[in-house]
Design a protein around this ligand. Structure first.
Ligand code: E4P
Length: 215
């Protein structure tokens, strides 16, 4: 399973890369705003750091605007994957530009029907948002095994990129379902290391080591 970091904060990406755990990055307008940086400047810096896909999202909502923006974003760097929302205009943009070699991550996906359309349009990645389903009291992760199965049934190349992840449990359930990618907030990546028995075990080993030094 590939891990992307869901952030536009370069310090977090650097830490993740140092751990050897980052295969790509996803950004969105909210994450860019949180970074406090210029969109192009920060996306280019991330692309230079990461040897993998870096999602940069369009702002336009109409087809013409999305097409222009998609061409512009893709021209910034070979690592850029253009993120478009799961709308008619978004999928028309994918259908028209994917054959030219532009890669797309279709975002804001909340149903199997939407995921099927994105794959047929030629998306490289589909981003089902599991946490936002959980926010409205519905288990979003339940979509993932069915989405993976649905794509497998027809041999679609579109990769399931599980997004809106809120916990390590989301990541492991996505992995068990066979999703190709999970995009993680840096805090969730850090939480995945934690286990109280690991901490207790280290304390015990150190205490026992200290005893051998006393005699
Ligand atoms: C995905 O690419 C999105 O950037 C992200 O996962 C959305 O997560 P959120 O629901 O926590 O905003």
């Amino acid at each position: 399973m590939k891990f992307f970091l869901d952030t536009a904060i370069v310090e977090e990406i650097r830490e993740g890369l140092d751990l050897g755990l980052v295969d790509g990055v996803t950004t969105n307008p909210s994450l860019i705003a949180k970074s406090g940086r210029d969109h192009k400047e920060v996306v280019l810096e991330i692309c230079d750091m990461v040897d993998g896909p870096v999602s940069a999202e369009v702002i336009a909502t109409d087809f013409e605007g999305m097409r222009e923006e998609a061409e512009m974003l893709a021209s910034w760097h070979e690592n850029v994957v253009v993120k478009v929302p799961l709308t008619e205009a978004g999928l028309k943009t994918v259908h028209q530009l994917a054959p030219q070699g532009i890669r797309f991550n279709v975002t804001l996906c909340f149903s199997l029907a939407q995921a099927l359309l994105a794959a047929k349009a030629g998306a490289s990645f589909i981003s089902p948002f599991v946490g936002r389903w959980d926010d409205i009291n519905t288990r979003g992760i339940e979509l993932i095994p069915e989405m993976v199965q649905m794509y497998d049934n027809y041999g679609f190349d579109t990769q399931v990129l599980v997004a809106s992840i809120r916990s390590p449990l989301h990541v492991t359930e996505a992995a068990l379902a066979g999703a190709q990618v999970a995009t993680l907030p840096f805090g969730v990546l850090r939480q995945m290391f934690k286990h109280p028995l690991t901490d207790i075990g280290i304390e015990k080993f150190l205490a026992d080591y200290r005893k051998t030094q006393e005699s």
